[in-house]
Design a protein around this ligand. Structure first.
Ligand code: HEM
Length: 138
């Protein structure tokens, strides 16, 4: 029951975080087509000031809940090494932790590595993580 509760929180937090990246990459990036530079900065800031209050925390909840889920489902590593579920889950967890680490650095320490200048890279990672999440049980 508790696992199902945390699982639900994981999915909702991922939805909020991934949802913002989705909107940013697919739609907000298009404001360049209609607004001049000054208007773009204003329009983006009008949205980002609210995004900053929610999205980084959703990412932290996703990582914290993910760590709990991981601790519950990973299981023992057998004599022959990790099974395919454990390998896929490890890759997914690594990518999720990377996003989390980068998000915390950006939010609290203002560190923004070049690799993450645009949201395209985290967006791509989220797409890969979601795919992996669906294939871990195959
Ligand atoms: C932003 C990063 C993350 C995204 C986008 C993400 C996405 C997802 C999605 C879509 C699911 C599948 C839910 C379902 O189909 O039922 C899932 C499940 C899971 N996630 Fe994450 N996740 C993230 C971070 C993490 C982290 C950092 C960890 C662990 C350290 C983690 C561990 C897990 C585990 C163990 C499950 C399997 C739960 C189950 O099926 O019982 N996730 N995640």
């Amino acid at each position: 029951m508790f696992y199902a509760f945390i699982h639900t929180i994981h999915i909702y937090s991922v939805l909020i975080y991934g949802g913002f990246l989705f909107v940013d990459i697919l739609f907000l990036s298009k404001i360049k087509q209609t607004l001049n530079e000054e208007e773009q900065i204003k329009a983006r800031e009008a949205i980002m000031m609210h995004v900053r209050k929610v999205v980084p925390y959703a990412l932290m909840v996703a990582v914290a809940s993910g760590l709990y889920l991981f601790s519950q489902v990973f299981g023992e590593i057998g004599k022959d090494g990790m099974n395919s579920f454990q390998i896929a889950l490890s890759i997914k967890a690594f990518l999720g932790l990377w996003l989390g680490f980068r998000g915390i650095n950006q939010k609290f320490f203002g560190i923004n590595p070049w690799l993450f200048k645009s949201h395209l890279f985290p967006f791509s990672l989220v797409i890969i993580i979601i795919l992996l999440s669906q294939f871990i049980y195959l």
